[in-house]
Design a binder for this molecule. Structure first.
Ligand SMILES: Cc1ncc(C[n+]2csc(CCOP(=O)(O)OP(=O)(O)O)c2C)c(N)n1
Length: 660
């Protein structure tokens, strides 16, 4: 390695080991091992502009092995991003520091995504590479033509999600994806041969990837492999043979350098070995200047891109700006209003998954940024419409992705597309398999991404497929996730309203849980207000004195209405509250919440799901109808009866509560 370039890499090494030492926690081994690779990448290839981290055509750089976060923070500081100062590096891992233990996505900061959970960054990168291909096809290869680079570790490639995402990337021939595999053969428990003997070349070639192998400390080899990858027709894995903790006389090549400070004495030895004479956090001028020059190259690159973009016709510019700014089309509200009227006039009794299909059928044509898909359940989730055109290998003109049976990969990829910008991803599976999406879905919420999860077959109401497929605890788990809206609409009007709310939620993902079984049309008056956006609202009321409040969601609103009618016949005043989204209801002003769920009315909740979480509405003298066990196999009506989820049970409980 050229000694000057080596010293550029050493700047990363020492910032990393000194910050970890100061914090007395962190992972020095990986930044020490991969410093040479990223130096070559940033110096010669990566197109980025630290002065405008959001430049839409920047190359994406993702650190999937997020535990090596000091590698990323060092690079951001060295290349001149405003987001990371020297003071921030000194505050690594301290409260409220941008230099968190693992990268946490912050818009416009240079941190492209949240990683740390191994494998996530890899799947995000596949989503970003797909987004680039889709936008390129639509708006021109002169304005969308970037690469997506990833650093992945042994752990990343061991995780199941990597198999799902890499396999799909190979199938789709995502040629602009370049993964550097930090092949140091060390993980936490020791050498990786304790647990893995995969042949990576064969593995990746069988996915349809190009496989390259380099010495990760050899500038020429690294550079040559990148150059080759740039003209490849396939996604690229560059396996970089590296030494974890490179430069540490006693800890390099050992798991002891992976996740703990090297110690003052060892750091002295590293300084000696790498001939680095500078104090902690001191970067010599000529090194810092060179790094800053590397960053400044991007200003010119973006300028050039701007001049091409500015020459595009007005319509393309307006459309690109609209999708990048996450704005819905101007006529979106009026289209929703006329669709609402149409739905109200039709009053169709149908499964809410069918209602969702109707909504999609009407909005996909005019919302090109909506990219749908399903994990091999398109016909069951009803995610595919007549306007859905399949995205195929090397042909990204479509708007629908067959993810295959890869729920976790789908969720991670959707995050990547949302992070890229210009796309609103939605994807479907059964609610029960939200469990298989959960780690990535959690990160959608954590990062505040507009990702829409369509989870059909949302209760024991799916019937004959039985308890393996019947979600019980899933809604409660999802509702426990911060910054996630969980919708469960009761009819087609609510389904439209939930979709509308999800599409307008710019800082959180949404789950729309949908029934397999047919449900009635329950909306009584056409409101131009989005009632579901209130989270819960009064659907029916005998008069102003409700002795009983029946709170239900989705398919169980039907049971609540039946019970309401039976109570009325018995001379008992009640009301039905439809609660399609608890999270939004909980955000309403106290006066509204107390008007809907009155203190002096006895409350009963009805949901064909775990009763966990409903206590907050029914309170200690109320009652919750739902499940306390797993479901059962059989025709759905008989299962509801078996679990006492009937209007007769509701009436009996209500009468008992009132002493009647
Ligand atoms: C999903 C997930 N499981 C476990 C961990 C904890 N963890 C962090 S790094 C790591 C493995 C370290 O080995 P490797 O990926 O090879 O990284 P290196 O030692 O080369 O830095 C593990 C198990 C994690 N971050 N994410």
């Amino acid at each position: 390695m050229n000694p000057f370039v080596k010293n550029l890499a050493n700047a990363i090494r020492f910032l990393s080991i000194d910050a970890v030492q100061k914090a007395n926690s962190g992972h020095p081994g990986m930044p020490m091992g991969m410093a040479d690779v990223v130096t070559v990448l940033f110096k010669y290839y990566l197109r980025f502009n630290p002065k405008n981290p959001s430049w839409i055509n920047r190359d994406r750089f993702i650190l999937s092995a997020g535990h090596g976060s000091m590698l990323l923070y060092s690079l951001l500081y060295l290349t001149g991003y405003k987001s990371v100062s020297m003071e921030d590096l000194k505050n690594f891992r301290q409260l409220n520091s941008i230099c968190a233990g693992h990268p946490e996505y912050i818009k416009n900061s240079g941190i492209e995504t949240t990683t740390g959970p191994l494998g996530q960054g890899l799947s995000n990168a596949v989503g970003m590479a797909m987004a680039e291909e889709i936008l390129k096809k639509r708006h021109g290869s002169d304005i969308f033509n970037h690469k997506t680079y990833v650093i992945a570790s042994d752990g990343d490639l061991m995780e199941g999600i990597s198999h799902e995402a890499m396999s799909l990337a190979g199938h789709l021939k995502l040629k602009n994806l370049i993964v550097f595999f930090d092949n140091n053969k060390i993980s936490i428990d020791g050498p990786t041969n304790l647990s893995v003997s995969d042949n990576y070349k064969k593995r990746f070639e069988s996915y349809g990837w190009a496989f390259h192998e380099v010495d990760g400390h050899n500038e020429k080899q690294i550079s040559k492999a990148i150059k080759k990858s740039l003209s490849s027709k396939k996604p690229n894995l560059i396996s970089c043979k590296t030494i974890i903790g490179f430069g540490s006389p006693n800890k390099s090549g050992k798991s002891s350098s992976h996740g703990a400070p090297l110690g003052e004495e060892e750091i002295k030895l590293v300084r000696k070995k790498l001939k680095w004479k500078h104090k902690p956090f001191e970067i010599p001028k000529e090194i810092l200047n060179e790094w800053r020059k590397i960053g400044e190259k991007g200003i010119e690159q973006e300028k050039k891109w701007n001049s091409i973009y500015n020459k595009k016709n007005k319509n393309i510019k307006e459309e690109v700006a609209r999708i990048i700014n996450n704005d819905l089309p101007k006529d979106f509200d009026s289209k929703i209003a006329s669709l609402k009227k149409k739905i109200f006039d039709l009053k169709s009794a149908q499964a809410s998954r069918k209602s969702s299909a109707d909504v999609l059928e009407n909005i996909t044509e005019n919302l090109p940024e909506l990219i749908g898909g399903s994990a091999d359940l398109s016909g069951s989730n009803n995610t595919k419409t007549k306007y859905s055109k399949i995205i195929k290998p090397s042909n990204f003109s479509g708007n629908y992705i067959h993810y295959g049976v890869r729920e976790h990969g789908m969720a991670g990829i959707m995050n990547g597309m949302a992070l890229h910008g210009g796309i609103i991803p939605y994807g479907g599976t059964f609610l029960i398999f939200s469990d298989y999406c959960k780690p990535s879905l959690r990160l959608s919420a954590f990062m505040g991404l507009k990702v829409i999860y369509i989870f059909s077959h949302d209760s024991i109401g799916l019937g004959e497929d039985g308890p393996t497929h019947q979600p019980v605890e899933q809604l409660a788990q999802l509702r426990a996730t911060p910054n996630l809206n969980v919708f469960r609409p009761a009819d087609t009007i609510e389904t439209l309203e939930c979709w509308e709310t999800a599409l307008k939620s710019s800082t959180n993902p949404s789950v729309i849980a949908l029934s397999r079984q047919k449900i009635p049309f329950v909306t009584e008056t056409l409101s131009n207000k989005n009632m579901s956006a209130l989270g819960g609202y009064e659907l029916k009321k005998t008069n102003s004195n409700s002795e009983i409040t029946l709170i239900a969601s989705g398919s169980e609103v039907e049971i609540a209405i039946e019970a309401f009618n039976k109570l009325k016949e018995s001379g008992i005043n009640s009301k039905v509250v439809s609660m399609p989204c608890q999270e939004l209801f909980d955000k309403q002003p106290k006066e509204y919440r107390e008007k809907i769920i009155e203190k002096n009315s006895k409350k009963i909740s009805i949901e064909a799901s775990s009763i966990f979480g409903w206590e907050k509405y029914v309170q200690s003298d109320g009652s919750s109808l739902g499940l306390k066990s797993f479901g059962k196999s059989g025709p759905y009506k008989t299962i509801y009866e078996d679990f006492n989820l009937t209007s007769d049970s509701v009436v009996m409980i209500a009468k008992k509560m009132l002493g009647k």
